[in-house]
Design a protein around this ligand. Structure first.
Ligand code: BG6
Length: 467
């Protein structure tokens, strides 16, 4: 691999090599310089036991203080691009109203530092971190929050859009729906399908409104969304299994993919919502906005496949409505596992997603915006020189990249690969349990950074534009 002539998997000129992270998971400084509280700060205050080892969001990896060192390290390991997110409650502490000048200064410094180091900042506007003041009025269930988000998005474009040329309205918008309103892993921990639908709908509307605002400003960049497009594989080709997988796909993938790229909602999903009586509240003119403001670019997050089968048993009619009324999950015998995280590894999934985008979604410009391998107890792989020997991660990345490469050969419009994540970070209720970074963060030594073997490897891949 050291010799450029030995490169087997070559990537197109200008391919984006880098990683992704989010504000709440990395910045720390949750209570300083005027930042307002978001739902994570609040939830941790009232229920610290819900977080792994009781570790909360107040410190995380201290990017707020160490960004210069971190950006230098990114450069050192070959990044030419990086996705960060802006913390809404840092920039606008109450979600609406006054802009926090300390936050403007921080994000200006960070963006400038990226550019100085030849790393293009891709910027996300919402990565699971609803300002608490807005959650108090219902978060995404409340239409006022859509309006507040539009103002926030416009503020970001006006402040930073002269230098930031790739914007993302949301990261994995299905996750706050699932976590906050169905499966109890995000605040406000409600189980209420009607609210879940409203939240999803308002998120899409907010995305379209932000896109509209961006285009009005004529800033000469691109705007998109980042979706976790976990493919739904049926257990068998029996029509019942296939139907289950189609419906599962409509709930969890096409619910956001179709309106984002095509400006319309999947028929199967609308049908179910109508039949079950869960249609969201829609105002006149909304559909027009969604139709006319689709994305330029799509970020694809892919970790593991979703395997489904037809329902084994009749659902309990008394239970709260859940998407699983239409399918069951299925653990495929013989599947390859990441034993350190308990997730299946299925590298071809990334190719299947890219092929689907090519064939059914106008081969929209896209990139792999997250892919990665979480490992619990990674310290045990540290060698005598202090370097974590994460060969499993190198294998994970290269096996996925081979499929990305094949998709490119076949005409996919995929422009880059970002690992989740640059350095080990705080991952919501899992806190620091699963480590994902190219760089380790030692929480016992003031967050000391050490490049892992995979970071050194990635540097060569990026330099050679292949491996
Ligand atoms: C992704 C999210 O879905 O998964 C990240 O975008 C998150 O924010 C990552 O950190 C890993 O999750 P976990 O639960 O394995 O730590």
């Amino acid at each position: 691999m050291s010799n450029i002539n030995e490169i087997q998997y070559r990537f197109p000129e200008g391919f984006w090599w880098g990683s992704a992270a989010s504000a709440t998971q990395t910045e720390g400084a949750a209570n300083v310089d005027g930042k307002g509280k978001n739902i994570w700060d609040h939830w941790y205050e009232i229920e610290p036991n819900r977080f792994f080892d009781g570790v909360g969001p107040e410190k995380t990896s201290q990017f707020y203080y160490k960004y210069k060192e971190d950006i230098k390290l990114m450069k050192e390991i070959g990044h030419n691009s990086f996705r960060m997110s802006i913390s809404w409650s840092r920039l606008i502490p109450n979600g609406v109203g006054e802009v926090n000048q300390k936050a403007v200064e921080f994000y200006n410094n960070v963006i400038n530092k990226f550019i100085e180091n030849g790393i293009e900042p891709f910027v996300g506007l919402f990565h699971f971190d609803m300002p608490m003041e807005l959650q108090k009025i219902g978060g995404w269930t409340n239409r006022e929050v859509v309006d507040a988000y539009e103002v926030y998005a416009r503020t970001c474009f006006e402040l930073f859009g002269d230098r930031v040329k790739k914007w993302f309205t949301h990261n994995e918008p299905i996750v706050p729906v699932e976590g906050g309103y169905l499966y109890d892993f995000h605040y406000p921990n409600e189980v209420d399908f009607q609210k879940a639908v409203q939240v999803g709908y308002h998120t899409i509307l907010a995305s379209a409104k932000a896109i509209k605002a961006y285009r009005q400003l004529n800033q000469d960049g691109k705007i998109g969304i980042v979706l976790n497009l976990t493919p739904s594989y049926p257990r068998s080709q029996n029509p019942a299994d296939v139907k289950a997988s189609v419906l599962c796909d409509a709930f969890f993938n096409r619910s956001f993919l179709d309106p984002s790229v095509k400006g319309e909602f999947p028929e199967e999903l609308v049908q179910i919502l109508k039949e079950e009586g869960f249609m969201p509240v829609v105002e006149d003119g909304d559909m027009e906005i969604i139709k006319n403001n689709t994305i330029d670019i799509l970020g694809v997050n892919y970790y593991q496949p979703r395997r489904v089968k037809a329902k084994e048993y009749l659902p309990n009619p008394e239970a709260p409505f859940m998407p699983e009324r239409y399918f069951d999950y299925y653990a495929m015998p013989g599947r390859k596992m990441n034993p350190h995280r308990g997730w299946e590894i299925y590298e071809k999934g990334v190719y299947d997603i890219l092929t689907n985008l090519k064939e059914n979604y106008r081969n929209i410009e896209c990139f792999i915006s997250e892919n990665g391998m979480g490992v619990e107890g990674e310290e045990k792989f540290r060698d005598e020189n202090g370097i974590i020997q994460d060969d499993y991660r190198i294998e994970f990345i290269s096996e996925h990249l081979k499929w990305v490469n094949k998709a490119i050969q076949e005409g996919s419009n995929v422009k880059g690969y970002h690992l989740w994540t640059f350095m080990d970070n705080w991952s919501w209720t899992n806190a620091y349990k699963n480590r994902y970074g190219f760089v380790s963060v030692n929480l016992n030594k003031d967050g000391e950074r050490t490049i892992k073997k995979s970071g050194h490897w990635f540097k060569k891949v990026s330099k050679n534009n292949g491996f």
